[in-house]
Design a protein around this ligand. Structure first.
Ligand code: GCB
Length: 880
């Protein structure tokens, strides 16, 4: 048999743990990821009269990796067609043939040789189609598979709306599988495969059970022997069990087995993710031939949640701390190779996390395998997000999806929670009709009850969860806090609304009003655009400084409360959400890392809070600039104090508060050498480039780039650092008159707009503005200068606010005429300037002037004709 395995590997036959199936020998599994022909078109290309060229693509594939970033307010949601000739030569001896799709988003129809082979609804779980009777096995015969995938909106399939992008395509792998007529079933909506349970796990002993579901596709009954072996990590046999059964013709068969109790088992935990292996072989009872063989990892652990004292693993209290992950990646969309996906789990583990949420949908099996292997506890879920459709079709699809989730991921020891709803009362329908709304709420509760009881009956060993947004009363009244075993809360006090101090109060309210319900903080986070920095951080400014403050307060409150079983930062990495605007259009940038997984300071902050070993890291970020030489240096550490050395000066001691040792110290212009060390001898060093901006514009000053109406700074795509404006002071520079632009009626952000700005990749340059400005003055020495004025009309028109914006609704801004003149040193350079009239609204407009200035300094004057003059940003630099 070993020889057989070896030759299978040598001939390139892939046997991997796809679909939670484990490795297989009796069956053959071939990867079908290369050289598919693909067409993105609505109509069926097979009905076209003329020939069309089908470009070639490899899987994983999505057709949306680029259009989700373009300036258009949508992305292609329609049909994509894939076709391929199947090579069956290696499967000649196999009676049964299947195509396995690990996932395709979101409705998939499969034809083989022109005949319909199957259909699947839902973009995140796997499905298998039987093609045995559709293929032609004659030598040289062509077997063509055609797949239609569509990601169009379908009110019967969740997710309906959400703060992420519904990329279309076959974005995970596809396999061709050949089996004997008697085989283990494929876990899905209808079948269960092999399920391993561990009903008893203590430090003293463990019980391991196997429940195998088989199918006999042949017309004759077969006598089979099911042989299961339990091996330890070293491959040593520690348990074995055999059963005989008769498999009726064309029927399913279920066999339950139990190994002898294991004594003193190795338990699985994040610190010690010890995995046993269960190998299940289906043999012909008469000949002994192996008909099928599947293999699964098994982790032995016991766990429970308590409403008072949190989570316990193997009898010990463990605070569950980690992050959620969306599956997309810069440049790839959701079509992410397995290795890349697994890297995320390694990064999470290196962050010190022990907990992970596959928000908001089932993720690649390779990701869950990595959690098993590396030691992360997991909450997984189906994508019922924001809203539901009150139809049988929708309910049926939700239930089928949940069944697929539980059955396909059943054997992962890392999984402890099955979720099934996220913020489903976020923007409840029928706000104007309370009676209708009450019946909608009843439908939501009915769906929740159905999903909950299905989940409990499919898997009594794990917990169920509903995840809510911060409207405590609404979820309680609707009954959604009573239905699941755990309530998850997504809390953004001090971000979308309210104060940072409301967060702790909310946690206490849960404990008081729902004293029997275990709880998790399933989301918390603040936008963190690494290009935005602030010396006066505030809510919704998108600065790293505010996000750090936000996370410091949240983590402190979470740690203080034992009844909070755990918490998940939103989110491990930035992700695409096509409908978003703001400083980074189309992106949700609450990530601890950027979209390409470059860590932000937030990631290092989490390391300081979560890793168990001594930790020290100097922030490499350029931070904010100032006009004096004082710069803030930030060091992340789990020690109490660091010794900081700047450019060979005498080291200074800086104490760390809540994970951060921070000091304002003098830096020189240009490169600075910083090193830090802890008492235990841990060291880090960094080179930081620092360039204070000039207060007085003396001869030889380099340049100034200033954002008006802003309390934040911005580093643009060419690494230019824009600073915040200030009122003019004699002998210096600054604006005269006016006030910062604010969104009419917005309580969320105190300056600037949330609209994306067209014709620029540097939106923040244009998103703030001084309205009613009278002049801008630079007291420059005589010479030649380049002056650039940046404008954008920020006011007016329809603003669609996506659903994630919890409290804000879409708004219509008044359209007002705005016409003004601009003069530089008395000379009119823009006459009757009408930004919206000439360029449109929310469009970047740049005006460049070359000037010669004598000893009068430089004055840009704005004269209103209609409405108030505005200026968004200004740049000045001396030229030859
Ligand atoms: C939420 C949602 C999540 C969003 C997040 C946000 O509550 O569950 O899908 O992405 O807030 O960033 O607004």
């Amino acid at each position: 048999m070993y020889k057989a395995i070896l030759s299978l590997l040598l001939t390139g036959i892939i046997s991997c743990a796809a679909l939670g199936q484990g490795r297989s020998v009796g069956r053959i599994q071939l990867s079908v990821t290369e050289q598919w022909s693909f067409l993105k078109m609505e109509s069926d290309p097979r009905t076209l009269e003329h020939n069309v060229h089908w470009p070639v693509v490899n899987l994983p594939h999505t057709w949306n990796s680029e259009d989700v970033l373009d300036a258009r307010k949508d992305y292609y949601r329609g049909n994509g067609w894939y076709k391929k000739q199947l090579d069956l030569s290696r499967l000649k001896d196999k009676k049964e043939l299947f195509l396995q799709f690990e996932a395709a988003d979101q409705e998939t129809e499969v034809w083989v040789n022109g005949k319909k082979a199957g259909f699947h609804a839902g973009g995140y779980t796997a499905f298998t189609v039987r093609i045995t009777d559709l293929v032609n096995r004659n030598a040289g015969a062509r077997n063509e598979v055609v797949v239609r995938v569509t990601n169009r909106f379908n009110e019967s399939i969740p997710p309906l709306t959400a703060d992420f992008t519904f990329y279309g395509g076959i974005y995970r792998e596809v396999h061709l599988v050949g089996t004997d007529a008697v085989h283990v079933t494929f876990p899905g909506n209808m079948e269960k495969g092999v399920q391993i349970s561990t009903p008893v796990v203590t430090h003293e002993k463990a019980q391991v059970q196997v429940q195998a579901e088989l199918r006999n596709e042949s017309n004759t009954a077969r006598q089979i022997r099911l042989v299961s072996q339990l091996k330890d990590r070293e491959g040593k046999l520690v348990g074995s069990v055999e059963s005989e059964a008769s498999a009726d013709a064309q029927a399913m068969l279920s066999v339950r087995q139990q190994f002898n109790e294991l004594q003193k088992p190795h338990l699985w935990s994040p610190e010690s993710p010890y995995l046993y292996t269960v190998i299940t072989q289906v043999k012909d009872a008469v000949t002994g031939e192996v008909l099928d063989r599947v293999q699964h990892s098994v982790g032995l652990r016991s766990f429970r949640f308590s409403a008072d004292s949190g989570f316990f693993l193997n009898g010990q209290p463990v605070k569950l701390m980690g992050a959620s992950r969306h599956q997309d990646y810069k440049g790839l969309g959701n079509a992410v190779p397995k290795q890349r996906a697994v890297k995320d789990i390694q990064l999470l583990k290196q962050m010190g996390a022990n907990f992970f949420r596959t928000a908001h949908y089932p993720q690649d099996q390779a990701v869950l395998d990595a959690c098993d292997r590396l030691g992360l506890l997991v909450a997984t879920e189906i994508p019922v997000v924001n809203t539901i459709t009150e139809t049988d079709f929708f309910f049926t699809n939700c239930l089928a999806m949940q069944k697929e989730l539980v059955r396909q991921y059943f054997n992962h020891p890392s999984i402890i929670i099955w979720g099934y709803m996220n913020e489903v009362l976020l923007r409840p329908k029928y706000n104007g009709d309370k009676a209708r709304q009450a019946s909608y709420f009843e439908s939501v509760a009915a769906l929740a009850r159905a999903l909950d009881s299905l989940t409990r009956s499919e898997d009594p060993s794990r917990y169920t969860m509903i995840v809510n947004h911060g409207d405590f009363k609404r979820y309680k009244e609707t009954g959604l806090t009573a239905i699941p075993m755990i309530v998850g809360w997504n809390l953004y006090s001090g971000w979308y609304g309210g104060q940072l101090s409301d967060f702790g109060k909310f946690l206490d309210r849960h404990h008081q009003e729902l004293p029997d319900k275990p709880m998790l903080v399933t989301e918390f986070g603040a936008d963190a655009d690494p290009r935005i920095r602030s010396r006066q951080p505030e809510r919704f400014d998108k600065s790293i400084e505010y996000a750090l403050q936000f996370n410091q307060i949240y983590l402190k409150e979470i740690k203080q409360r034992p009844f909070v079983a755990g918490a998940l930062s939103w989110i491990l990495a930035d992700f695409n959400s096509e409908t978003r605007e703001e400083t980074m259009p189309h992106m949700n940038n609450k990530g601890l890392m950027e979209w390409d997984r470059k860590p932000k300071d937030l990631y290092f902050y989490y390391q300081s809070q979560l890793v168990k070993h001594p930790f020290l890291k100097i922030s490499r970020d350029p931070g904010t600039l100032s006009s004096d030489s004082l710069h803030t240096i930030r060091v992340f550490t789990n020690g109490d104090e660091v010794q900081l050395m700047v450019n060979d000066r005498t080291p200074i001691r800086v104490s760390a508060t809540n994970g951060i040792a921070q000091v304002r110290t003098v830096l020189r212009s240009g490169w600075n050498q910083i090193s830090a060390r802890t008492e235990q001898g841990l060291q880090d060093s960094a080179r930081i480039y620092y360039q204070p901006y000039p207060d007085q514009l003396e001869k030889g000053f380099k340049s100034l780039a200033i954002l008006l109406g802003a309390k934040r700074q911005f580093i643009d795509s060419s690494k230019r650092h824009w600073i915040e404006d200030r009122p003019y002071r004699e002998g210096s520079w600054g604006s005269v008159g006016g006030q910062p632009f604010t969104i009419p009626g917005s309580s969320r952000q105190s300056y600037g707009t949330d609209k994306a700005i067209a014709q620029t990749e540097n939106d923040p340059v244009y998103q703030t503005q001084q309205t009613g400005i009278e002049a801008y003055r630079f007291d420059v020495p005589p010479g030649n200068y380049e002056l650039i004025l940046h404008f954008a009309e920020l006011e007016g028109g329809e603003v669609m606010v996506p659903a994630y914006n919890l409290r804000d609704t879409s708004r219509t801004e008044v359209i007002r005429d705005r016409i003004f003149d601009v003069a530089i040193n008395g000379k009119t350079v823009l006459k009757d300037f009408n930004i919206a009239g000439q360029y449109g609204r929310a469009v970047a407009v740049k005006k460049v002037f070359k000037l010669s200035v004598n000893n009068t300094g430089l004055v840009v004057r704005f004269t209103a004709k209609t409405g108030a003059p505005v200026l968004n940003a200004i740049e000045l630099k001396p030229i030859k």
